[in-house]
Every structure is written in C-alpha cells, then in structure tokens.
Design a protein around this ligand. Structure first.
Ligand SMILES: [Cu+2]
Length: 133
C-alpha cells in the first residue's frame, strides 16, 4: 500500500520529466530531419545507363520516414512508375519501376516529410541510353 502511494505520488513528476524529454527528443528529431540530406542514389545523379532500371533507391543521412514520402519518375512518355515504396532499413527509400523507360533524360524526384512536418524535396537526373539492337 505504501509502495503504491509513493508510486502514485511520484508519477506526475516522472511523467512531466518523461514528457519534457519526449518533447526535447521531438525537437531534436525535427531539427535533424530539417537538415536531412541526400547521401546517395541508384541510379546516381548524372549517370548514363545502358538500359531501363528495375529498382530505384535513395539514401539519406538519417532515417527517412516512409509516411508522406514519395519517389517519382519523369521522363520521355512519362509511363514509368515507381511502385511499392519501402525502406530497407538503411536510411533509404526504395521502389520498383514498372512501365517503359525510353531513351532520354529522366528525373527522379524524392520528397520526405520529417516528424516536425518539414517537407524536403530534391531530384536525381540520369540518362537512359539503350544501345540499338
Ligand atoms: Cu528494397
């Protein structure tokens, strides 16, 4: 009984401390996500490929929250789509590419939304140059 009273009495202060810590954590996470930078991509920015890609992937300096994040392709004909967006648990976003990717200049656009709602976007440009057969 005494233990219970002590716990109950201590709970609010502990809860307040936990909440303060959680809020500080959220602020830290927020500032981290606000500075999230692209660490790499497949295809690489500026690459020239000898054929279409089947998967695409982007890496960041911190974990990329999947929620509200997008990865999109635009290029000749605009029929290639990125499906099944997921993460491999390496601060990355990955997706499968479906549809034709004719020769030409392609742009992959990534968007990530951090825990604090900060939206960041960027592009990776590459060229598809399937040799004639
Ligand atoms: Cu994957």
């Amino acid at each position: 009984m005494q233990f219970r009273l002590t716990r109950d009495g201590a709970a609010p202060a502990a809860a307040r401390r936990a909440l303060a810590l959680a809020m500080a954590g959220a602020l830290l996470a927020g500032s981290a996500s606000a500075q999230m930078t692209l660490a790499g991509s497949t295809p690489e920015d500026g690459a020239t490929l000898d054929g279409p890609v089947r998967t695409v992937r982007v890496w960041f300096d911190t974990a990329a929250p999947l929620e509200h994040s997008t990865l999109e392709l635009s290029g000749p004909g605009n029929r290639a789509k990125i499906e099944g967006l997921h993460t491999m648990g390496e601060n990355d976003l990955m997706g499968r590419v479906t549809g034709p990717m004719p020769n030409g200049e392609w742009t992959m656009t990534w968007t990530v939304v951090g825990a604090d709602g900060t939206r960041q976007t960027g592009t990776v440009a590459f060229t598809v140059q399937t040799p004639p057969r």
